[in-house]
Unconditional design. Structure first.
Length: 271
């Protein structure tokens, strides 16, 4: 095992996390995944709950077999730590709706998610849609890393093949930027969310550590829920080995940095 920074021990949860509640809760699923329960409307963002192809340093807080219901799944792009085909096949059997880019939606149809019971919705950048009383906007991302290392016969990946999501809930806004290089006119401008799902890995195809800190400081009131770190045994692979200690002296209002345990509940509105 490596000497990478790792999160607190996993806090398992079960069906109670999907019950109707009077507020909004987010729970980190490890990797880039989150469960959102907003007053009984439940969705997962980039869920990976089984069968990853790299050695893990953390355990998942819930298995797909333990998920009792799920209104929607939002997927930012096709990398298998975000679009986990085994996970999504299991969640499709619950009748969940899947929302993603047009390219990933085609990939989902190839996985027969609709035949398994789900519904697949491909969206363009800047599209909006609703999941019950939640309003979701599809936002741009820059993560076409495959074009820098093309394989024989590979398609050319387009900017619109990846996305982020902005989710307006009755209790506050959630920004899931997805994996992306920094887009200054997008990531540093505009309104600040109540909660940002914060990727601070020092990778050229992510925000980089400096870019992530610049983004955090452009939104100085947003709560920063750390993810995409500490879960995979990959000390020489920067997308997975960020260290929260690198943030503390450089982020404005560092008390908003939230080092969650996988499965730990974070509540909106803030007390």
């Amino acid at each position: 095992m490596s000497n990478q920074a790792t999160p607190p021990a996993t806090i398992p949860f079960g069906a109670e996390a999907f019950e109707s509640i009077g507020h909004t809760e987010l729970r980190w699923l490890t990797m880039a995944g989150f469960l959102v329960n907003s007053r009984g409307t439940t969705l997962m963002i980039d869920p990976l709950l089984r069968d990853f192809d790299m050695p893990m340093l953390t355990t998942f807080p819930i298995t797909t077999a333990e998920v009792p219901r799920l209104d929607a799944v939002l997927v930012t792009h096709s990398d298998n730590d975000h679009f986990s085909r085994p996970t999504c096949r299991d969640l499709a059997a619950l009748g969940s709706s899947f929302h993603t880019t047009q390219y990933v939606a085609d990939e989902m149809r190839g996985e027969e998610l609709e035949q398994l019971g789900g519904s697949v919705h491909g969206h363009d950048i800047e599209d909006s849609f609703t999941v019950n009383d939640l309003r979701v906007r599809v936002l741009p991302a820059d993560h076409a890393w495959q074009n820098a290392k093309p394989k024989p016969g590979q398609r050319t990946f387009q900017p619109e093949d990846c996305c982020g999501f902005w989710i307006d809930t009755p209790d506050g806004s959630i920004w899931a930027p997805g994996d992306s290089r920094l887009i200054r006119e997008h990531h540093l401008a505009g309104p600040s969310p109540d909660v940002m799902l914060f990727d601070f890995s020092d990778s050229e195809w992510h925000f980089t550590l400096d870019g992530a800190i610049e983004m955090a400081n452009a939104h100085p009131t947003s709560q920063l829920l750390l993810h995409h770190w500490g879960c995979v045994d990959a000390p020489d692979f920067s997308p997975f080995n960020g260290n929260p200690a690198d943030l503390m002296d450089r982020v404005v209002n560092p008390e908003r940095i939230r080092v969650l345990a996988p499965g730990e509940a974070f509540r909106l509105p803030l007390a």
